[in-house]
Design a binder for this molecule. Structure first.
Ligand code: NDP
Length: 333
């Protein structure tokens, strides 16, 4: 079996040399275990955090350990009463071709109900992140303006579409004309702005004539700078991710903006609230029911970007942090 392990910790942008492909013997399951063949591996921005030794909400991946990740797998051999060979399951098995798993850690997938890859995207962790963060913290109301960046990705696209379902105006930010067209035409956002445009901040202001009531923060950096002056009194800011700075090294450039930020937090009664999706796990059944219905009714669309072969995972992942993906990034093994 093939495994991709963390060879070294990156300084700034990860490089292919930070990963190593290894071969290992095929294991055999003990009582209560199943042998899985991984079919699909999800690549997600949080993996950059696991590559770093910096203190975070989850422990780093050890050097030499298999890279972590959500997977869809087929049961090859089962010694657990609830699973049989041929079953398809959702597991957290990481960057490898085969693995032993305990039955309790698996969830059976029904390929007749939805394409199994959606369990890694719109019906999985990223879709749930959008749902829980937007509805619990963002609380969009009719006619309000909701802004989200990385709007062609699995989190951002779900944020905008759920905002629309709740009667709000959705303004997306994405990189490049192709992604912007998808956000506007397929995901149905009311407006979309290319963050690479030289007059990006002015375009965002023009797209938000009533200001911004909910900013779902996925990226930070210059997008936050453009959003900040447009925030309305009582704006809500679920802080979900800061992908623009995941590859940053050392101190950030520029003046100390904290006093200005704090003044606005006070004078505009801003709510800035970070979250990790797992804290809202009690909402997961509601999410699965509602999201499945929204997809079935055509209220929510999704796009997947599927690359072939486990060996392509490092390069695809490096690209993900810079917008190289076009939709939910998944590796097909
Ligand atoms: P995406 O598939 O959307 O990929 C990340 C995207 O970020 C890129 O495609 C790129 O899109 C955009 N991006 C990268 N750098 C910049 C930049 N400098 N400025 C603007 N945009 C940039 O990822 P996900 O949907 O999986 O994740 C979105 C965010 O949600 C991430 O920050 C992630 O860490 C976070 N997250 C948080 C969770 C939580 O529990 N808090 C759980 C899951 C995700 P483009 O080309 O359009 O710029």
């Amino acid at each position: 079996r093939l495994q991709i392990v963390l060879a070294s910790r990156p300084e700034g942008r990860p490089a292919p040399a930070n990963f190593r492909v290894e071969r290992a013997a095929m294991p055999t399951p003990s009582e209560g275990e199943v042998l899985l063949k991984i079919l699909y591996l999800s690549l997600d921005p949080y993996m950059r955090g696991r590559m770093s030794a910096a203190k975070s909400y989850a422990a780093p991946t050890e050097i030499g350990a298999v890279m972590e990740g959500g997977t869809v797998a087929e049961v090859l051999e089962s010694r657990h009463p609830n699973f049989a060979a041929g079953d398809l399951v959702l597991s957290h098995s990481g960057w490898q071709s085969h693995v032993l798993a305990k039955g309790e850690q698996l969830r059976k997938l029904d390929p007749a109900a939805a394409p199994v890859t959606t369990a890694l995207g719109v019906l999985g962790m990223p879709g749930f992140t959008a749902y829980a963060g937007l509805l619990t913290i963002g609380q969009p109301k009719t006619e309000e303006t909701v802004v989200v960046a990385a709007a062609s990705g699995p989190v951002g696209s779900a944020v905008g579409q759920i905002a629309k379902i709740k009667g709000a105006r959705a303004v997306g930010i994405a990189g490049g004309p192709e992604k912007c067209a998808l956000v506007r035409d397929t995901f149905g956002f009311d407006a979309v702005i290319d963050h690479r445009a030289p007059d990006f901040a002015a375009q965002l202001a023009a797209a938000c004539p009533e200001g911004i009531d909910v900013y779902f923060e996925n990226v930070g950096g210059k997008v936050w700078d453009a959003v900040f002056p447009l925030l309305n009194t009582f704006a809500r800011i679920p802080v979900c991710g800061l992908v623009a700075q995941y590859n940053a090294t050392g101190d950030f450039e520029g003046p100390d903006r904290l006093p200005v930020l704090m003044r606005q937090v006070l004078s505009k009664s801003l709510l800035i609230r970070g979250f990790i999706q797992r804290e809202f796990i009690a909402q997961r059944p509601d999410f699965e029911r509602e999201m499945a219905a929204w997809i079935a009714s055509g209220a929510v669309h999704y796009k997947e970007d599927i690359v072939e072969g486990l060996e392509s995972a490092p390069e695809a992942f490096i690209g993900l942090l810079e917008g190289g993906n076009f939709g939910k990034l998944i590796v097909k093994l």
